[in-house]
Design a protein around this ligand. Structure first.
Ligand code: NAP
Length: 250
């Protein structure tokens, strides 16, 4: 029997990039996955087709989670569809690429809304459906602790998320719910391709990554999948870096 058979997983940002790889990995392990996304129906359809071709259960739900109305609608749908939630993965993220000194309050509020407040609202909304053995996993970034040029807005949300998740981990561990973070290095997704000065960042990443390779969405998904196993039950409140060793260098 697959380890997530009869389990339900909710993956925000679950239809493309890293989130898509996570949705497929969890569905392959037997979970019924609810993959949330904001806009791209095309990506959702491609994922649903791939899932049904491979005999996986993936349901996509569209809704911009940073807007109250579509957030409420998404949550209603999840409540109606999910008797329980066993795995909750926060992968959705967005944000403006600007220097810290060029960030307005509006830029920061908007970035915090999707990357930070939505993660908290959804966690507290669904926690009542999560029992012993459940897992909450946040996808963070090296920007949460280090400087990536013009990444100040997203970086701030990741740092805040890391702090919040440490508290989640401590508060929820006695209930048998394990909370962890996964921190990938540069992964070539659509979001990464939109980074300013990508060429330069790509070269620097490859030059300074001891393994000499970029991290792939599937490698991140495998790590997330491991965190959903019983074997990972004692992994609590960690921020696991998957970057080919780049973060080791001073
Ligand atoms: N790529 C990297 O190098 C890298 C490195 C470290 C950490 N990360 C983190 O890994 C996670 C996934 O990154 P990625 O590169 O795979 O991103 P991506 O390709 O841009 O995918 C982002 C996902 O989030 C969804 N999303 C964005 N805004 C939303 C909103 N307002 N409401 C609902 N859903 C929303 C998108 O939906 P639509 O498709 O409909 O727009 C999409 O499914 C993020 O948390 C990111 O910070 C990425």
């Amino acid at each position: 029997m697959k380890h997530l058979e009869n389990k339900i997983a909710v993956v925000t940002g679950g239809t493309r990039g890293i989130g898509k790889a996570i949705s497929l990995a969890l569905a392959e392990s037997g979970a019924h996955v609810y993959a949330l996304y904001a806009r791209s129906r095309k990506n959702a359809e491609i994922l649903e087709e791939e899932a049904s071709g491979r005999g996986f259960k993936i349901t996509t739900i569209r809704g911009d989670l940073s807007h109250d109305q579509s957030y409420n609608q998404t949550v209603r749908q999840l409540h109606e569809s999910c008797e329980h939630v066993d795995v909750l993965v926060h992968s959705a993220a967005s944000g403006v690429h600007k220097k810290a000194m060029d960030l307005s309050e509006r830029h920061l509020k908007w970035t915090f809304e999707i990357n930070f407040f939505v993660a908290h609202k959804l966690t507290t909304e669904l926690i009542g459906k999560m029992g012993r053995g459940s897992k909450i996993i946040g996808i963070t970034s090296p920007g949460g602790t280090r400087v990536i040029p013009k990444y100040a807005a997203v970086a701030s949300t990741k740092g805040a998320m890391e702090a919040l998740f440490r508290h989640y981990a401590l508060e929820l561990a006695p209930q048998g719910i394990a909370v962890n973070l996964v921190c990938p290095g540069l992964v070539m997704t659509e979001a990464a391709k939109a980074l300013p000065e990508l060429e330069q960042m790509l070269k620097m990443t490859l030059d300074y990554t001891p393994s000499g390779q970029l991290t792939t969405p599937d490698q991140v998904a495998e790590l997330v999948r491991f965190l959903t196993t019983d074997a990972a039950g004692q992994v609590v409140g960690q921020n696991i870096i998957i970057d080919g060793g780049k973060g080791l260098l001073a």
